[in-house]
Design a protein around this ligand. Structure first.
Ligand code: F6P
Length: 459
């Protein structure tokens, strides 16, 4: 192959530039040109096919900094419709006219779905990314454990997992972790630690909402911040147990910190968050307000008298507060783990393309004997029998639903990822740059300004 394309799709993560960097560096070694497409799949639908040559003379452009969050190529949640043959023909023609012989898509489950129709036309490989850590399998046959039921109103199907016959073991997970997750957890942990001391001072109950959609990995990892209670979407809310535990902890220490995943569900399995009842272009539900909904439940259940009797404020409304860690989880400098494995996955994706394999994912594998390594896996292996790719949920064994905390297996899952996730340079970078007088003098210089100068079009 002489020339390949690369794009970043879906919600961004801090590790995208590192992944592009890995792909480009490997291409440099192989004397292959890499063209980056602007704003994910959106670019492919644009008849001018906006793109950037990422390695003129087989040297990476200086704007591509693996330690910088976001993506120099931009991203969007645009979706590739497998049934729109005319549009797919046009995309194929455009890529052909630019001499693109293979494509790397950096993305999550939505991107993987979009990649499928393109993969029949040229070699396409997915390099995984998502802060949610929901691209992967708990065990090889997990997609076979999905069952579906048609909705009463005949508008489609609902999918759920039947209890599995497969024994779970950490060593057998497919794509153990995705780049972006470790940085998102770091940000959540720091948020929790900061909220804790203010909750302690003011005798308050803090509910901290973290991202992750319906997968509880970020909430699980947030346990490093030592919250008192962790609520994950995989375990339906047990309000009686929760209130009992809150009171026990509050009686003892006069403050409680609760972390909740944004996708937590009630006992009937309904999202606690107000659902806007809308979806993004790849079909993902938009979630909002789980922590606020939980707060209202606690305010009603605990009542003002509880707090007044302790002389700790005038009302439950005052004592219980919520904070979302929000998009700070997705932004900023990636930690060492994400930079390193993002780059490895990018390089592996280039290698897979060179082998002319299509519809394949580069993966991060782990087992207790070898530690981490990169590998590949067929995208088809992620599909259920109806062809759908489901976001990976945290395995039930990771959570102790009676203690409302990660279980021993959950803690064992986290340890290899976070043992050396932070590099010394991560801390040194913060020390050197945060309060630089330069920041006070100079306006922010956006990478987009420089990349704009490099964008080329096919016509
Ligand atoms: O999938 C990544 C993610 O950050 C989720 O955790 C979150 O629910 C969603 O994206 C937020 O999407 P947006 O940035 O479009 O609001």
């Amino acid at each position: 192959m002489k020339r390949i394309g690369i794009l970043t799709a879906g919600g961004d993560t801090p590790a995208l530039n590192a992944t592009i960097h890995g792909a480009v560096e490997r291409a440099n070694q192989l004397n292959m040109e890499v063209f980056g497409f602007i704003k994910g799949y959106n670019s492919l639908y644009n008849e001018r096919l906006p793109h950037v040559h990422l390695n003129p003379l087989f040297q990476e452009i200086p704007e591509l900094d693996p330690a910088k969050g976001g993506t120099i190529l931009g991203s969007s949640r645009d979706y590739v419709d497998p049934n729109d043959k005319a549009a797919l023909d046009e995309i194929e023609g455009r890529l052909d006219s630019l001499g693109i012989e293979g494509l790397i898509c950096i993305g999550g489950d939505g991107t993987l779905n979009g990649l499928q129709p393109l993969a029949d036309r040229l070699p396409v490989v997915l390099a995984p990314k998502t802060i949610d850590n929901d691209l992967g399998l708990n065990y090889r046959s997990e997609p076979d454990d999905y069952i579906r039921r048609e909705r009463h109103d005949k508008t489609g199907f609902d999918y759920r997992m039947k209890p599995s016959r497969t024994e779970f073991h950490l060593d057998h997970m497919i794509n153990y972790v995705t780049p972006g997750y470790a940085t998102a957890v770091l940000v959540s942990v720091q948020g929790i630690q900061r909220i804790r001391t203010t909750a302690e001072s003011h005798r308050r109950i803090a509910i901290i909402e973290v991202m992750g959609r319906h997968s509880g990995y970020i909430a699980l990892g947030s346990a490093y911040g030592q919250p008192d209670i962790v609520l994950v979407p995989e375990s339906p809310l047990n309000l009686d147990l929760l209130v009992e535990q809150i009171k026990e902890i509050y009686d003892l220490q006069k403050n409680v910190v609760i972390v909740c995943g944004e996708g937590i569900v009630d006992e009937s399995g309904n999202d606690l968050a107000d659902e806007l009842n809308s979806t993004d272009p790849s079909g993902n539900k938009l979630l909002t307000g789980a922590s606020e909904a939980l707060r209202q439940l606690l305010v009603e259940r605990m009542g003002d008298d509880y707090f007044r009797s302790y002389r700790r404020g005038h009302s439950a409304q005052e004592a219980i507060f919520t904070r979302k860690v929000g998009h700070t989880q997705r932004g900023g400098r990636p930690v060492l783990f994400d930079r390193f494995y993002g780059a490895q996955l990018g390089a592996k994706a280039t290698d897979i393309l060179v082998e002319r394999r299509s519809n394949v994912i580069s993966t991060i594998q782990w087992n207790s004997e070898r530690g981490f390594w990169v590998d590949s896996f067929s995208a088809n292996g992620f599909r259920d029998r109806w062809g759908l790719i489901h976001a990976r949920k945290m395995h039930p064994s990771f959570y102790d639903a009676s203690r409302l905390r990660p279980s021993a297996v959950g803690r064992d899952y986290l340890k290899p990822i976070f043992a050396n996730a932070l590099g010394q340079d991560d801390l040194e970078h913060q020390r050197l740059t945060t309060f630089s007088p330069y920041n006070l003098m100079m306006p922010y210089h956006s990478i987009n300004t420089d990349i704009n100068k490099r964008i080329r079009y096919v016509s």
